[in-house]
Design a protein around this ligand. Sequence first.
Ligand SMILES: NC(=O)C1=CN([C@@H]2O[C@H](COP(=O)(O)OP(=O)(O)OC[C@H]3O[C@@H](n4cnc5c(N)ncnc54)[C@H](O)[C@@H]3O)[C@@H](O)[C@H]2O)[C@@H](O)CC1
Ligand SMILES: Nc1ncnc2c1ncn2[C@@H]1O[C@H](COP(=O)(O)OP(=O)(O)O)[C@@H](O)[C@H]1O
Ligand SMILES: [K+]
Length: 506
Amino acid sequence: MKILSADQTRQADQATIQAEGIRSEELMERAATALSSWLMERVEPDEPGEIHIFCGPGNNGGDGLVVARQLHEAGYAVRVWLLPAPKHSPDFTLNRQRLPEELPCAELNPQKLPRLLPHTIVLDALFGTGLRRPLTDVAASVVQHLNKAQARVIAVDVPSGLYTDAPQPADSVVVQARYTISFELPKLAFLLPQNAPFVGQWHVLPIGLNEEFIHTSLVDTYYVDAVLLAGRLPQRPQFSHKGTFGHALLLAGSRGKLGAAVLASRACLHGGVGLLTVRVPAAGYDILQISAPEAMALTDPATDFVTELPDLKPYAAIGIGPGIGQEAATRDVLEQLLREADVPLVLDADALNLLGANRELLDLLPPDTLLTPHPKEFERLTEPARDDYHRLELLRNFARQRRCYCVLKGAYTALATPDGTLYFNSTGNPGMATGGSGDVLTGLLLALRTDQRLSPLDAALLGLYAHGRAGDLAAEETGQAGLVAGDIVRYIGPALQKLTTLPARL
Ligand SMILES: NC(=O)C1=CN([C@@H]2O[C@H](COP(=O)(O)OP(=O)(O)OC[C@H]3O[C@@H](n4cnc5c(N)ncnc54)[C@H](O)[C@@H]3O)[C@@H](O)[C@H]2O)[C@@H](O)CC1
Ligand SMILES: Nc1ncnc2c1ncn2[C@@H]1O[C@H](COP(=O)(O)OP(=O)(O)O)[C@@H](O)[C@H]1O
Ligand SMILES: [K+]
């Protein structure tokens, strides 16, 4: 899915209205109908208490008015509160007139804001994508009142006060919604950790915005779902052999962190690699052979950490980092690897920390290298970020400047490409916030970079998506708290299988 800016969202509305020859109020009716249906599926009409709908002066408020009318007609007890404003949008005014007379509707009085019992359902239709500046005066008081009330707030399109594609000034007043119900496409603001307290759980409801407009809109930010990945993972050919999928080299592990090497190795094997050789310190020989017998162990002369780079000739792709430590000799191995490798590289964990501590090595990164830092590792490679938007800018700039593919791990892991495009992953769950999940990702990405049939972009997108999907499937079995990194490995196969393009049926 594309992620549109606030301006493009408005243009998409206009394009839909023009292409379908409808009036703007009809599109508003469509959006509100989708939202009313969502609500009616979750709330019974006889649930005690009224649903309070807070409406602003623009089309977001207009949406709220239509939902109020529709819920009322369906037998729900509804009460509408209007924000005092000097002027209103035409569709607001129209739908204000369409409110049935018996439906309670009053203007908000800042001196006497309505009392809301805990758990009351509140619809926040104050402001949407038309917000131009932070909330002040009555609007700010109303939002502060809603936030204090412990009500069940459902934001219409956007939590009021939140900018959809830029950071708002510190201490801005923003609705803290439990749910945000948006239309057609997700908004960038929903994907950033700093906005989680406002957005809550978000859902996007389709309202049939003009496909042609969305298709031809130029964007540099995408939300990666199964549709975006369709056709990118080819089936394994009937007459394939292990050479078809390539031979990977993984350099990983040091004393006390050989589990990282094992997890990454097992993930690489389950990711479909043809052959895997793992360079571990001598202390890791038995551990690796027993825990990942399908991999070949190529032990280093040193007992506790990796000190020598093996001959690179046999390998189609190379991964380095999980649990490898930051000894000086290991740093030298990394430098030699960056100088000598002419196959795809995947850099993770301590390989990234070594790059951060020895920034001169960054100049040696071969083009199209894939780096997988979490935010702290990324900060070591670049600089501390002011906020999540700034961090994304740093990520784009890093990928452009270094001509690499750089991941920023977390919920909605982001991937920046050498041309500065951002992709946000849609799979995964908080159960994956557990030691070793990142090592599993590295192994899987190494397998996909070894498969010569995949472009660097497709390998990265498929790997991130399948890793999160495997985590989701694992969590169904183990629960989130019970999930450990090894569980993710067991579900890599099913996750990849689901993405595999099957031939069309006869
Ligand atoms: N245009 C359309 O056809 C559709 C619009 N939709 C809804 O329309 C919304 C966008 O509507 P609008 O563009 O009217 O914008 P909003 O309703 O978000 O707000 C615009 C109004 O708020 C005022 N305003 C902006 N910032 C303010 C601030 N800080 N303090 C006080 N007043 C402020 C503006 O002057 C304007 O009067 C979307 O979020 C969505 O909910 C949906 O109904 C889908 C269809
Ligand atoms: N809340 C979350 N939602 C989705 N994915 C998550 C969440 N927390 C962690 N993950 C995923 O788990 C992995 C953790 O990687 P990392 O921090 O490197 O762990 P480790 O270093 O322990 O292996 C990343 O791929 C990240 O995207
Ligand atoms: K809103």
